[in-house]
Write a protein that binds this ligand. Structure first.
Ligand code: CA
Ligand code: CA
Length: 201
């Protein structure tokens, strides 16, 4: 498992265990990578329902991926890009069918993430609101003004928009009119070049 993680990356898939645990739970830990089959890390520390099964993305073409998210909560977005698994983003994703932009990926999954959620408050006023969209829009493709770089990949891009729109659902919307996500889908598709986050080691 460790060798595999070093060679092809693991995104958020890998959890490291002591040798004793690996010996005693070899079958379960091997099954960890059978994501499509059962999808849960069977850790002896946690009950089987501690973590939701990964949500598998279905390619829609043009760097768009569709997810049927069973529960609104924090997730890590991991993707296989150029044969290597990487964590590309993390944040709140609301329940329901959602299309997300993931440049250059051959497989994409959302992994249940129980860490505290950092909302996409790009203007720092304490709320996720339309003003954050304005910051994102006005700095799109910037590598210098990174206030709206929600996924920390060094550029303001479509994945930061996805984090903002997800966090927006996390907070009660204000009365301010915000753009419909579908209205800028084409724009995001056009912008979705290969803008990949650095491997996080
Ligand atoms: Ca804000
Ligand atoms: Ca970004």
């Amino acid at each position: 498992m460790i060798i595999r993680s070093r060679e092809v990356g693991a995104g958020g898939h890998a959890i490291f265990y002591s040798k004793a645990v690996r010996d005693d739970y070899r079958t379960q830990l091997t099954a960890f990578y059978d994501v499509a089959g059962q999808g849960r890390a069977l850790s002896p520390q946690f009950a089987a329902d501690h973590r939701l099964a990964p949500v598998l993305g279905t390619s829609r073409g043009s760097n768009r991926w569709r997810f049927d998210i069973p529960k609104g909560q924090g997730y890590r977005l991991v993707a296989q890009v150029g044969g290597v698994w990487r964590e590309l983003s993390d944040g709140y994703f609301p329940a329901g069918v959602r299309d997300l932009t993931v440049p250059g990926a051959s497989r994409v999954e959302l992994l249940s993430d129980r860490r505290p959620i950092e909302p996409a408050d790009y203007n720092g006023d304490g709320l996720v609101n339309a003003a954050d969209y304005t910051v994102w829009r006005d700095s799109l493709l910037s590598t210098a003004d990174l206030r709206a770089d929600g996924n920390d990949d060094g550029i303001v891009n479509a994945m930061d928009y996805d984090l903002w729109s997800g966090s927006y659902a996390f907070e009660p919307p204000s009365s301010t009119t915000v753009p419909e996500p579908s209205a800028i889908t084409l724009l995001l598709t056009l912008l979705a070049g290969c803008q990949c986050r650095r491997p996080t080691g």
